[in-house]
Design a protein around this ligand. Sequence first.
Ligand SMILES: [Zn+2]
Length: 80
Amino acid sequence: MIEPESRAEPAPVKVTCPDCGHVRVAPTDLRLVVVEAPGSSFYVFLCPGCEKRVRREVTKDVAGALLARRVPAVRSVGGG
Ligand SMILES: [Zn+2]
């Protein structure tokens, strides 16, 4: 049975692990790192499948989608 995702609950976010493929993690288990240089932002998460820390670069659109889902974000500081 396939049910539509509920918008009322914090639905898991589908992310990609190089070893496990698509996995789902809670938004709070993700961390988005926003870098000012275009195309340099990325997210990190601890894969529930292989328990490795995974880092994936994201596009601006994906970063925006993650922010919309309340994924915690930090802004990378370039110093100076
Ligand atoms: Zn994995």
